[in-house]
Design a protein around this ligand. Structure first.
Ligand SMILES: *Cc1c(COP(=O)(O)O)cnc(C)c1O
Length: 365
């Protein structure tokens, strides 16, 4: 409220203003990058990153398949073609094996991608060392979609800081929110200056509104940036609480045969944005959909793991590279996986209600 009031008291109820500048600096410092550009959504941040990398009609962009549609929509905005990369079992994120295979095929066909979009699902970091090594070998830049992983880290590096560009989302459902908003981060200061320019209608510095390029209206409002600054102050607390929620679920349900939890890769620290589990119906005796229905009957909202983008009607016909010939990891996670209620405002009693509902399901069966 302090930051929002400041915006009103100083009459900075506008896109841009002091809160925007400070919010950008605070995020850049927190993540450990040189600069950040506050924008109206995470999707807008991805779109700007693709523009900066000159992705255009006919170009190819590799993208994680197991993610929310917003990771890939901006590829279509640019008239480019997505190629989807499967997950690998330990992180649920981009499979370096599938990525390498996709690169080999692309190289043979002389159609290397302009960029690779790597997602850190539910706060868990992808295998960045391997992915960066592969992308460097083919000299293709990385965009880290860290929309779900603000506050997570990989080998001491903050999520979003390892690619050429990183993006965050402050949509209502994310670990911190501005109601709607996003951030583009990078160590390429000149590129981020260009991003600011593109995000403000590509308006050139002339009093008569001069434009030579197509731009967008993507900047964040000064009022919403005020919310972001306040939220950033509680981020560490949120991460701690999210991890507590995960740990409670794991303590209570981790020993149930047939239930397994989203792993946390060694040397990574997940913000545990959502607690996700996978069921082995052969062992539990009930499948994912049956569990979702049982929870729903108790008025508990749970959701399947993201539907892989290569299965979405929107992306029918685009190429997909699986983790191995035998296994499509993302499809298996979609079929058997679900996210349990993970809101930081949930109290212990409420969480025990969810846990007991899962346990009861086992006794019924
Ligand atoms: C939320 C989300 C986005 C998009 O962010 P918005 O701010 O809603 O545009 C992109 N990628 C992933 C993985 C997300 O979860």
């Amino acid at each position: 409220m302090k930051y929002i009031n400041e915006a009103f008291d100083t009459n900075w109820v506008a896109p841009l203003g002091p809160n925007v500048n400070e919010f950008e600096k605070e995020i850049a410092t927190y993540v450990g990058v040189k600069d950040a550009v506050a924008v109206s959504s995470g999707t807008a941040a991805i779109h700007l990153a693709l523009s900066l990398l000159d992705v255009k009609e006919g170009d190819i962009v590799f993208c994680s398949s197991l993610t929310f549609v917003a990771s890939a929509n901006p590829i279509l905005y640019q008239g480019a073609e997505p190629v989807f990369i499967d997950s690998e079992p330990e992180t649920w994120n981009m499979s370096p094996l599938a990525l390498e295979r996709a690169f080999q095929v692309a190289k043979r066909e002389n159609k290397l991608p302009k960029a690779v979009i790597v997602v850190h699902l539910y706060g868990q970091s992808a295998r960045m060392d391997e992915i960066i090594a592969i992308c460097n070998a083919y000299q293709v830049p990385i965009i880290e979609d860290a929309a779900e992983s603000l506050g997570s880290s990989y080998k001491g590096k903050m999520s979003g800081s390892m690619g050429d560009f990183g993006i965050f989302s402050f949509n209502g459902n994310k670990i911190i929110t501005t109601s709607g908003g996003g951030m583009l981060v990078s160590n390429h200061i000149v590129s981020l200056q260009k991003a600011r320019f593109l995000a403000t209608q590509a308006r050139e510095p002339a009093p008569h509104y001069q434009h030579s390029e197509m731009g967008y209206n993507y900047r964040l409002s000064n009022v919403l940036a005020g919310i972001g600054r306040g939220q950033l102050e509680v981020l560490e607390e949120r991460v701690k609480r999210k991890r507590e929620i995960f740990n409670t679920y794991e303590k209570e349900l981790g020993s149930v045969p047939g239930i397994s939890f989203m792993p946390e890769l060694e040397e990574t620290y997940s913000n545990r944005w959502l607690t996700a589990i996978v069921l082995d119906a052969q062992i539990t005796g009930f499948n994912r959909n049956e569990l979702l229905r049982a929870l729903d009957k108790e008025n508990i909202e749970a959701r399947p793991v993201w539907k892989p983008l290569h299965l979405q009607p929107l992306f029918r016909g685009y190429q997909f590279f699986a983790h191995s010939q035998e296994e499509v990891i993302s499809e298996k996670l979609f079929k058997d996986g679900l996210c349990l209620p993970s809101g930081t405002n949930m109290n212990e009693e409420e969480q025990m209600r969810v846990i007991n509902c899962v346990k009861n399901q086992i006794q019924i069966e």
